[in-house]
Design a protein around this ligand. Sequence first.
Ligand code: KIV
Ligand code: NA
Length: 256
Amino acid sequence: MPTVQDIRQASADTTPLTMLTAYDAPTAAIVDAAGVDMILVGDSMGNAVLGYDSTLPVTMADVASHTGAVVRATEDALVVADMPFLSYGADDDTGIENAGQLVKEAGASAVKIESGPHTVALTERLVQLGIPVMAHLGLTPQRVNQVGGYTRQGTTEADAQEIKDLARRHEEAGAFSLVLEHVPSELAAEVTADLDIPVIGIGAGAETDGQVLVLTDVVGLSASPPPFAESFGDVRGEMEDAVAAYREAVEDGEFP
Ligand code: KIV
Ligand code: NA
């Protein structure tokens, strides 16, 4: 069972770290049994399983409930719970209380926070309290309205510099790893070289310390995966076939 200290050490290894999302017990058990290092109960559940068209409506209750299901089904992987939109950042006491709920009640081993200048102090306090923090920079989907879309980030020199500075500040604040989403691979390589903690990329090229994707994209269940996702299966097709076969069997009197 990897701890955050194992993950932290892994940036020196040659084998890339693997992380996938999961939102429920059966899929968490599959991801866990496959030997994936970390399971992220991402707020991507908003799009992936809750039927929203962004992550903004996802609540603490949503993440806590799904985290509980994932934790109950996971034996080996490190379970990281994603802090939803506005559950942190407005004031740090509320952020601590909410992070605490995900660890103390739902059973996560760490939280992930979409990071910015406003999360450096919170990251430091959480780490002091014993709540490990995974930072997240580059494309941060909770800021979609401010950013104006889900576009690649860090494409200007100023933006790239800001990401590098914030990455370092969150490492100094005690984050045990960093997710870097949808940035140029050269920038991801620079940040990876710059930091001691492992950088987990998504749409950030091949030179990070690890990769993360959304489970429903990886297994081929998502209706509209992002351009940087890769599907390694056809679960949607399998489910369509099974459901159609069931309906036909009942209607034709072959089942039961
Ligand atoms: O919510 C999520 O699934 C994420 C990953 C894409 C990093 O934040
Ligand atoms: Na997320």
